[in-house]
Design a protein around this ligand. Structure first.
Ligand code: UGA
Length: 433
């Protein structure tokens, strides 16, 4: 199948690489010339575990290519996927659909033959109707169906998730469009659940899922606060809860608050939609407010702790919004770091993948270290903010030798409290006294 993908970000690129690997002919379009040049010359623009190899292989085979020219991509395509950003509107916090609408306007001109136009980006309920109306206005002769095709890929694990989906949701209002997508996803037949639903349900499923996961994290974080006061252990509590299959083990890791380019944006957009339709989503509204407060509180914990030392140096490990990605957008680590920087300027940082992106956001306000140990040299407090696997295996004996004071604040509950304490550290984490 010939597939055009508009947008080469964290959704478009892994989806394009995955579809090319499944045997489709994929052409990705992006407005940014440097991105296109870089991708065509074999240089990948974002970090995703396992993507490099598949990308190189399919680029060489010609199964995937990149262009700035919409016509080249869309002409003769069986399927056009819109995977552009839907950032929050700075004032209303609603999803800003200007890139979606611009893509619809442009692609409409080049549609030839029957084409399915699928929205991969996370878009508010009713956007499909709007995209359909734009296409009809720009190209009244266009023979196409507009479909909602939400993606559930996690950043950092997008390739794994692409090939191992929990479900494939197809929000199409015609059987003809359904058939095109069932053909595209045929390799997954028998391996996952296919959900054929109406377009508005499909658009809602995506938001309702992300908002639920965000609420689940907020719930466990609130429970962690309770455990700290009551003397319980959140790791034990989460394990005990998660073993109930109705609750499930996943997304019960207490931490510094959720972040990233999806949950904060999508919870806000969902809350706004609730207001718009006169059906207030109080649980989501509370989740948003409390998650925002949590990051300030976490920063405050570090500031309070460093007051124990004169000119205390803080080593921060982890800047990405979670382990496995280089993305710092709406990263809890960055927000906590900013809070810390309001009170202290003696901070060194290290992240295995996100240094470059972090530097774009905070410039020279911190010292950038080459590894965890360099960051911790002469530090009074080590703060872990992102759950990178390598932080689990820190050499505690070495750390103790190089730090000025042996104190660790582990906001991802990564380390074994007994080990850390046995090595002579003062240790604090989330959800335990
Ligand atoms: C999220 C969803 O998990 C994907 O299914 C969805 O496709 C994607 O948004 C999207 O809409 O594009 P992602 O933003 O990549 O994926 O990140 P998650 O792995 O969900 O993590 C989000 C945040 O929650 C991170 O800050 C993470 O550290 C935090 N988190 C996650 C916790 O604090 N505790 C947990 O138990 C799990």
């Amino acid at each position: 199948m010939k597939v055009a993908i508009i947008g080469t970000g964290y959704v478009g690129l892994p989806t394009g690489v995955g579809l090319a690997e499944l045997g489709n002919k994929v052409v990705c379009v992006d407005k940014i010339a440097e991105k296109i040049d870089s991708l065509n010359s074999g240089k990948i623009t974002i970090y995703e575990d396992g993507m490099e190899e598949l990308f190189q292989k399919n680029l060489k085979k010609g199964s995937i290519s990149f262009t700035q020219d919409m016509e080249t991509a869309v002409k003769d395509a069986d399927l056009v996927m819109i995977a552009v950003g839907t950032p929050p509107h700075p004032e209303t916090k609603e999803a800003d659909l200007k890139y979606i609408y611009a893509a619809a306007e442009e692609l409409a001109q080049y549609l030839t033959g029957y084409t399915v136009v699928a929205t991969k980006s996370t878009v508010p309920v009713g956007t499909g109707d709007e995209v359909e109306a734009i296409i009809k206005r720009v190209n009244p002769d266009a023979n196409c169906d507009v479909v909602s095709l939400p993606e559930f890929l996690r950043e950092g694990f997008a390739i794994h998730d692409f090939f191992n989906p929990d479900r494939i949701v197809i929000g199409a209002n015609t059987t003809k469009a359904q058939e095109v997508l069932l053909t595209l996803y045929k390799p997954f037949k028998g391996k996952t659940e296919f959900l054929l639903v109406n377009r508005k349900s499909s658009e809602t499923i995506k938001y309702a899922s992300n908002a639920f996961l965000a609420m689940k994290i907020h719930y466990i974080n609130e429970m962690a606060n309770f455990c700290e006061k009551a003397g319980a252990d959140i790791n034990e509590v989460a394990k005990g809860m998660g073993l109930d299959s109705r609750i499930g083990k996943k997304f019960l890791n207490a931490g510094p608050g959720y972040g990233g380019s999806c949950f904060p944006k999508d919870t806000n957009a969902m809350a706004q939609m609730g207001k718009k339709y006169g059906a207030r989503l109080n649980l989501i509204e509370t989740t948003i407010a409390k998650n925002d407060e949590r990051k300030v509180e976490m920063g405050q914990r570090v500031i309070d702790a460093v007051k124990d030392y004169k000119d205390g140096k803080i080593a921060v490990l982890g800047l990405a919004f979670k382990g496995g990605t280089d993305d710092c957008r709406d990263s809890p680590a960055m927000e906590i770091l900013n809070e810390i920087l309001r009170h202290s300027s003696n901070v060194s940082v290290y992240d295995p993948k996100a240094m470059e992106n972090a530097q774009k956001l905070i410039g020279d306000k911190v010292v950038y270290a080459n590894d965890a140990y360099e960051a911790c040299k002469s530090a009074d407090i080590l703060v872990i903010l992102t759950e990178w696997e390598e932080f689990k295996h820190l050499d505690l004996v070495k750390l103790k030798q190089i730090m000025r004071h042996a104190r660790i604040m582990d906001m991802r509950n990564m380390l074994n409290p007994k080990d850390v304490k046995n090595n002579g550290f003062v240790y604090s984490c989330i959800g335990m006294k």
